[in-house]
Design a protein. Structure first.
Length: 312
C-alpha cells in the first residue's frame, strides 16, 4: 500500500514532461492520474524525436507507446483519455480538474504539462503540408535531416537576419533571410549576411511550392519564387485553452509572451500547482529539456507530500 495514498496528483498532458513526471511519481508510489488528450499531439508531424539519448530517431507515436507500456507496470498510475477543460481551486483545498466528457477529478496537486499551440500562418499556402519536414522551427530538431540543402529563414529582426548565414552554416552553405522591407536595420543586416556568403531578401511569403511536403520554392507576394529546399520558420505560440483559463482564474504569473512562470522546483505562483515542459519557456522546448522538467516536478511533488506528512 502506498504511503502517499492521500496525495493524488493529476497530470494534465501526456507529452515528454507529463509522462516523465508520471513515471517519477509512480516510482515514489504516489497515486497519479494522467489526463491524456485524444487529439493528435503537437509533434505528430515530426518524423522522429531527436537529441534524446536512447530515443534518437524514434517517432513521436513510438515514444508515447513505449512510455505508456512502461507506465502500465505501475498500479498507482491511471490514464484518462480526455481533454481537460479547466483547473480551479477545490472547495476543500487542492484543485478540481474538469474534463471534456463532464467528469471532474480532485487532487491535492496538479501538474500542467500540456505543451503549447503553434500558430501557423493562415495565409501561406502549403505551410501545413511542409511543416515538420522541410519547414522547420528549430535547426537542432530537424537540421540534420535537412543538411546540405538550400535554406531560407523568416526573420523578424535585423540581428537574426544578418546572422542567419553563420548560425545555420553547420547545416547549409547557402542560406538567405526573408524579412519585411520596413524592418529597421535592413541594410546593415544585408551587409552582414553578404559578408558571410548569405543574403537578405525582402518580401512576404505567400505560397510554398512542394512535392508531398518536400519544399522546392518559396513564392512571395509579388510573384517572385525563391528556389529553396528548407525554410526555418518559428511560428508564434499560445497556451492551450485549459492553461489560459487556469492562468486567468488562479492568477498565475506569466511572462509577456504568456509562458507560465515557475521556480526551480517547477512550482507556479500557486502552491500545489506545477508546470513543466514547453508551456514554461519559449527557448527550452526540446524533449530532453521537457523530460528534465518533468523529473524535477516529480521530485518536488514527492518532497512536498513528504514534508506535509511529517508536519501533520
Amino acid at each position: 500500500m502506498s504511503s502517499h495514498a492521500d496525495h493524488t496528483t493529476v497530470i494534465v498532458g501526456a507529452g515528454p514532461a507529463g509522462l516523465t513526471a508520471a513515471l517519477g511519481l509512480a516510482r515514489y508510489r504516489h497515486p497519479v492520474i494522467v489526463v491524456d488528450s485524444p487529439r493528435a499531439p503537437r509533434n505528430s508531424a515530426s518524423a522522429g524525436v531527436h537529441g534524446h539519448i536512447g530515443m534518437d530517431g524514434v517517432t513521436p507515436a513510438e515514444f508515447r507507446e513505449r512510455a505508456w507500456r512502461e507506465l502500465s507496470r505501475y498500479t498507482t498510475v491511471e490514464r484518462l483519455e480526455d481533454d481537460a477543460d479547466s483547473v480551479s481551486s477545490a472547495p476543500g483545498g487542492g484543485f478540481r480538474v474538469a474534463l471534456g466528457g463532464g467528469e471532474t477529478v480532485e487532487a491535492r496537486t496538479v501538474l500542467l504539462a500540456t505543451g503549447v499551440v503553434d500558430v501557423h500562418p493562415a495565409d501561406v499556402d502549403g505551410f501545413a503540408e511542409c511543416w515538420g519536414r522541410s519547414v522547420i522551427h528549430c535547426p537542432f530538431c530537424l537540421g540534420e535531416e535537412n543538411a546540405g540543402r538550400r535554406w531560407a529563414t523568416v526573420a523578424d529582426n535585423a540581428e537574426l537576419a544578418g546572422l542567419s548565414a553563420v548560425a545555420f552554416r553547420a547545416w547549409s552553405e547557402d542560406t538567405i533571410a526573408i524579412c519585411q522591407e520596413s524592418m529597421p536595420g535592413l541594410e546593415t543586416a544585408r551587409a552582414t549576411a553578404r559578408s558571410r556568403r548569405g543574403d537578405v531578401v525582402t518580401g512576404t511569403v505567400r505560397r510554398l511550392h512542394h512535392r508531398e511536403g518536400s519544399l522546392y520554392g518559396i513564392e512571395l507576394a509579388d510573384g517572385r519564387v525563391l528556389e529553396r529546399q528548407t525554410l526555418v520558420w518559428t511560428p508564434r505560440q499560445r497556451q492551450q485553452p485549459v492553461v489560459q483559463r487556469a492562468a486567468e482564474e488562479l492568477k498565475l504569473t506569466v511572462d509577456d509572451a504568456g509562458f507560465v512562470g515557475v521556480d526551480a522546483s517547477q512550482c507556479t505562483s500557486v502552491p500545489g500547482l506545477y508546470a513543466a515542459g514547453d508551456l514554461t519557456s519559449r527557448w527550452k522546448q526540446s524533449v530532453t529539456a521537457s523530460t528534465a522538467a518533468g523529473a524535477a516536478a516529480a521530485d518536488a511533488i514527492h518532497m512536498s507530500a513528504l514534508l506535509g506528512a511529517v508536519h501533520h
